[in-house]
Write a new protein. Structure first.
Length: 232
């Protein structure tokens, strides 16, 4: 593997639609891509092209039919395409932060605990984790009166800010961002742009999807299309 934080080689993913007679839907067709530390590579394809599928494959949510997803983790490399579940969980715990398009949380767990939670498996003491979570929630404009409540009751924009907070608080070496500014107002989008810039400055490798052209221009060091990354 090169010095890349993520190196994707010949990745193929096909979905089988069982409710439609077993129709096979190819989504990723031999995608190859490398993302270096300090880069922000943004995929700019239209909806339905497979961008989110690629991110989920890198995170280990989807098992590809072929190809490799090499991720720098601790002092070595993990192939997320065929890693054991324990290895995938360790990568998620320490190396990859993933902002999905939807916040999935356990009801009744307070927002402050949800944001602090990723820091505990990294070895951070609870008081420090809670303090760092408070600072991140303040920065993203979540009022303190909401910190003791579950975000399941929040608006879409508030939920997305919690989603961003719980990932960026961890300072992961690799960030996967699936429309991180969706549902956000202009001020909140600006804060996310700042957080991405700070992550790059500390050497994080960022791979994401951003529909907002202004945000994309502000964060991307490279803009790529999946069609250009697929095998000829």
């Amino acid at each position: 593997m090169s010095a890349a934080a993520i190196e994707i080689r010949g990745l193929e993913k096909t979905f089988t639609l069982h409710v439609q007679g077993g129709v096979r839907l190819p989504v990723l067709r031999g995608v190859s891509l490398a993302v270096e530390p300090g880069e922000c590579v943004v995929l700019a394809d239209p909806s339905g092209a497979g961008k989110s599928t690629l991110l989920r494959a890198v995170y280990g949510n989807y098992l590809p039919q072929a190809g490799r997803i090499l991720v720098r983790h601790r002092d070595g490399v993990v192939d997320m395409a065929d890693a054991e579940p324990r290895a995938v969980l360790d990568v998620r715990r320490c190396t990859i932060g993933y902002v999905s398009q939807f916040l999935r949380v356990i009801p009744r767990v307070p927002t402050l605990e949800i944001v602090a939670e990723p820091l505990r498996p990294m070895g951070m003491a609870l008081p420090e984790a809670l303090e760092r979570a408070r600072r991140m929630l303040e920065r993203l404009g979540i009022p303190e009166r909401l910190w003791s409540l579950s975000p399941v009751t929040f608006s879409g924009g508030e939920q997305q800010r919690v989603n961003v907070a719980r990932v960026f608080v961890g300072e992961y070496p690799i960030l996967l961002l699936d429309e991180p500014t969706a549902s956000l107002d202009a001020a909140s989008r600006g804060i996310v742009v700042e957080l991405i810039a700070e992550a790059r400055a500390r050497g994080a490798a960022v791979l994401g999807t951003v529909h907002d052209a202004h945000v994309r221009a502000a964060v991307a060091t490279r803009v790529r299309m999946l069609a250009d990354l697929e095998a000829a």
